[in-house]
Design a protein around this ligand. Structure first.
Ligand code: SF4
Length: 351
């Protein structure tokens, strides 16, 4: 049934004009990424502001509403696909078991790297630039060996678990602006599978573990993360414990609750539970992130974009957060589930 649905979502080949527009957008985003990367090294205050306090806060909402757009223009995806597009990739198909293993690794990378923001990345532009450079290098390396998105975008990218959780009910299926033909490099293809979510693939034990860790763990992890201040000095092992403690406790609590509820529910109710956890995770993010951006954060200086404490009341900020929470719960849980995928599958490659 899933395969049948997947096949229905086939898209027409892009016209030359459309291809050019998408290419222009991809190049533009790649250059913006390069600009932010350079700022992180040479003008770190601006680089940190642009990356951590503007780009990253916009990303979760974009993943929820129009994930296909992001999948088409993400600069790391473009970097990873350079070998494929310029014809020097080995174009190997990654075995399903290995995709599952890499997906577990991507969830672990997500939960390991994000707390390091408090100790290092949030306040150190060069460290953030090195992190991005390493990600770009790995993405490019995976693209050198594996076909289309199987090496990075559909397996190892640490943002991919979040995409799968948030992107189950996007606004529309975009054309696929990367793959010119489908070679079934990823099974199932996260881009072309309708109503994608982290547990849609239970092919191997690894797929199941990565799915459970993403859905069950993310809301608690986000809650815990926002209860840790940025550390401006490094005090050894204690600092490590301090940055991981609350995210880990939050993760374990929400995961345990998810596992217990999953046992009680069956069929479509499990799907609703996944939608509820996705809405809880993204709402929790904005519940803490918006006040922090505007000067009302738990830790005054952390993650500040513009200090509006003298201009906008705290009640007003709380009202905005409540409205945003209502929006995400409506979008992911109440709104009718759309049948489409993030992007339309291109024609299969002729054998
Ligand atoms: S559309 Fe086909 S070629 Fe492109 S990522 Fe999906 S499975 Fe791979």
């Amino acid at each position: 049934m899933q395969d049948l649905k997947t096949n229905i979502m086939r898209g027409k080949p892009l016209s030359v004009a459309n291809k050019r527009w998408w290419l222009l957008l991809q190049v533009l985003l790649w250059l913006i990424g390069l600009f932010i990367f350079c700022c992180l090294i040479w003008v770190p205050t601006l680089g940190i502001l642009l990356f951590w306090n503007i780009l990253i806060p916009v990303a979760p909402a974009l993943l929820v509403v129009a994930l296909g757009l992001w999948r088409n223009i993400c600069p790391l995806a473009t970097t990873s696909l350079l070998p494929r597009k310029f014809n020097f990739s080995s174009n190997k198909i990654m075995p399903v078991r290995w995709q599952g293993r890499l997906q577990v690794l991507s969830v672990i990378a997500l939960y390991a790297l994000v707390p390091l923001r408090h100790a290092l990345f949030n306040t150190n532009g060069l460290a953030t630039a090195i992190l991005l450079f390493c990600c770009a290098l790995i993405a490019f390396g995976m693209g050198l060996f594996f076909d289309w998105k199987s090496g990075w975008c559909a397996s190892l990218c640490p943002v991919h678990p979040v995409e799968k959780l948030y992107g189950s009910n996007t606004i529309a299926s975009m054309p696929n602006a990367h793959c010119s033909e489908c070679v079934n490099c990823s099974l199932p293809c996260p881009d072309s599978t309708p109503q994608m979510h982290p547990l849609i693939t239970r092919k191997t034990f690894y797929h199941q573990i990565s799915g459970l860790l993403t859905i069950g763990g993310l809301p608690g992890f986000i809650w815990g993360w926002f209860h840790v201040p940025d550390h401006h000095s490094w005090d050894g092992l204690m600092a490590v414990w301090n940055i991981y403690k609350y995210p880990l406790i939050g993760l374990l609590i929400s995961l345990s609750l998810y596992l217990a509820l999953q046992q009680l529910l069956k069929g479509p109710a499990v799907k609703k539970l996944i939608g509820f956890y996705a809405a809880a995770a993204v709402s929790c993010y904005y519940w803490y992130r918006i006040p922090a951006l505007l000067g009302y954060g738990i830790f005054a200086e952390d993650g500040l974009l513009i200090d509006l404490t003298g201009y906008v009341s705290e009640t007003m900020v709380t009202v905005i957060c409540v409205l945003i929470t209502c929006f995400f719960f409506w979008w992911l849980l109440i709104r009718k589930q759309r049948e489409g995928s993030w992007v339309k599958r291109p024609e299969y490659k002729e054998k």
